[in-house]
Write a protein of this length. Structure first.
Length: 509
């Protein structure tokens, strides 16, 4: 027998096996009324109500519903209410500015845009889909007791489209199917050993590859979700203490924040010998990995993956063989991206690009056949990352083939920033590169050639703020007389990066 692998399975199991348990503790302090503590029965009822509301609006199966929100119980509900009824959720990064949001809403063809009250100002000019402010009409949106139209379960159906900045000026929509999400969630949970004793703190934004899919697996196993709206080191430690948190995920920048807060923390650090923290987005420094074990007393786990791979491709977790090593030796081994996750095959192309094959690899880029063909050429997914695989099977990411900067765990397309800056009348040429930074991993840096006008770095930053999300704005603007180019006029990014990266052993940070 074969039954379709759909994300509904996770919530269905939680409702049957753990109905009375507290499922989700919503953020108490938020602009919409907090949903408070919800049991799995209450959560599942609201998710059915959400689906019934989409029936009432006439959003068809396959119709797109966009959401732009900080982490919240309502956002978590949308994964089940929207995707679980055969519609497609488009989670949007809440840091984007209106121009960027408008592009995604339009490109995805969203019929409804759900928006957190705090972000309403970011969408005032977006008129065409129905805009619904979360929390305004809860009785209608999540009406209890309403039964949605049945959906014929289809694992090949698209569940989410996640927009990610890549090699093009505009972000690409990554189409992930129910099967992609299911396999990612189950494999991830297996590797992490997720159980009904897990209490998960949402330090990772839910829009980022659907919170890496951990929320699905955790739900299926009956764990609890503690919603966190804003990442703050001391607050994270407080919540870990208050709720007995066991699991969290984040970019290395989140870990740095926690370590800073730990230095000021009075009394024992909460979660010692209990918390496991999963880190990805950039290779974390060995000192950080060691501090997680020694200062916090938590288990450090590294994963590697992309939006296009749902995201799990590799995991590096302390193994029995590491027990007798010193913390520093262990940290060095855990600094690698890891071994392939169950069901994943990895290879490195002759020019050093990491290639992957897995049931977690995307179906397609939404409405972009050429990009899909290119990414999946030869039956392998081309990650755009440079790496090596050691004799013991461990992948290390050493380089980035694509022109992407990763800062605080978020992708920034250099080309997108260059495009925006070139609209400034005084800028004649620009190259945007990442330079290594202790706190953020990499800093977006603009090398600018002007037309001779006396434009300041501050003016350029203020100009880019009108067009780009805060995390994409150059943190440094450096003026140059000319930029290194090839004979055909192409920017020589490697040469431009060289003075900033010459002391590093890898070309990513
Ligand atoms: P995203 O699609 O936003 O999740 O970004 C994916 C990119 O993040 C990858 O292509 C890598 O460049 C980078 N990345 C993710 N995990 C790691 C890791 N463990 N080590 C190095 N780079 C990583």
């Amino acid at each position: 027998m074969e039954t379709p692998l759909v994300i509904n399975d996770f919530l269905a199991r939680a409702e049957v096996a753990y109905g009375d348990r507290v499922a989700v503790i919503d953020e108490a302090d938020q602009p919409a009324p907090s949903l408070g503590d919800l049991t799995w029965t209450e959560f599942a009822e609201r998710s059915r109500g959400h689906a019934a509301w989409l029936d009432y609006l006439g959003v068809p199966v396959g119709g797109r519903v966009a959401i732009i929100s900080q982490n919240s119980a309502r956002m978590l509900l949308s994964f089940f209410g929207v995707c679980g009824s055969g519609r497609v959720l488009v989670p949007i990064n809440f840091r984007l500015v209106e121009e960027e949001i408008a592009y995604i809403v339009e490109h995805s063809g969203a019929e409804v845009l759900l928006v957190d009250p705090e972000l309403v100002d970011h969408v005032t000019g977006i008129g065409h889909p129905r805009v619904v402010v979360l929390g305004d009409d809860d009785d209608l949106v999540y009406g209890l007791g309403r039964t949605p139209e049945p959906w014929t379960r289809d694992e090949a159906a698209t569940a989410t489209i996640n927009y990610t900045s890549g090699t093009t000026a505009r972000p690409k929509g990554v189409q992930l199917t129910h099967r992609n999400l299911w396999i990612n969630a189950v494999t991830f949970s297996l590797h992490l050993g997720v159980s009904d004793r897990d209490i998960y703190l949402h330090t990772l934004p839910l829009f980022h590859v659907n919170g890496w899919g951990v929320p699905f697996g955790l739900t299926g196993m009956g764990g609890s979700h503690i919603v966190l709206r804003k990442v703050d080191g001391a607050e994270i430690l407080r919540r870990i203490d208050e709720h007995g948190v066991t699991l969290l995920c984040g970019a290395p920048a989140v870990i740095s924040m926690i370590l800073e807060a730990a230095a000021e923390w009075e009394g024992p650090i909460p979660g010692r010998d209990r918390v496991r923290v999963v880190v990805a987005g950039a290779p974390p420094p060995t000192t950080v990995i060691e501090a997680v074990e020694m200062t916090l007393g938590w288990e450090f786990i590294q994963i590697y993956g992309l939006t296009e791979t749902s995201p799990l491709l590799t995991m590096n977790r302390r193994r029995a063989e590491y027990d007798d090593l010193t913390p520093n030796e262990r940290a060095r081994l855990l600094g690698r991206a890891g071994t392939p996750s169950l069901g994943t095959a990895l290879d490195v192309s002759p020019d050093g690009e990491v290639l992957a094959r897995s049931s977690t690899v995307l179906e397609a880029y939404w409405d972009n056949h050429a990009a899909t063909e290119e990414a999946l050429e030869g039956g392998w997914f081309h990650t755009g990352d440079g790496g090596t695989i050691s004799a013991d099977g461990y992948l290390s990411i050493t380089d980035r083939k694509k022109d992407v900067i990763i800062t605080g765990g978020e992708n920034v397309s250099s080309i997108e920033v260059e495009d925006a800056l070139l609209h400034h009348p005084a800028i004649r040429e620009v190259a945007v590169i990442g330079i290594p930074d202790e706190q953020w991993g990499e800093l977006v840096t603009a090398l600018v050639v002007t037309d001779g006008s006396a434009v300041s770095a501050e003016e350029i930053v203020a100009f880019s703020r009108q067009h780009l999300a805060g995390y994409k704005i150059p943190r440094k603007v450096l003026f140059r007389d000319e930029l290194a180019r090839t004979a055909t006029g192409k920017l020589q990014k490697a040469k431009l990066r060289e003075p900033f990266w010459s002391g590093s052993d890898r070309q990513v940070h």
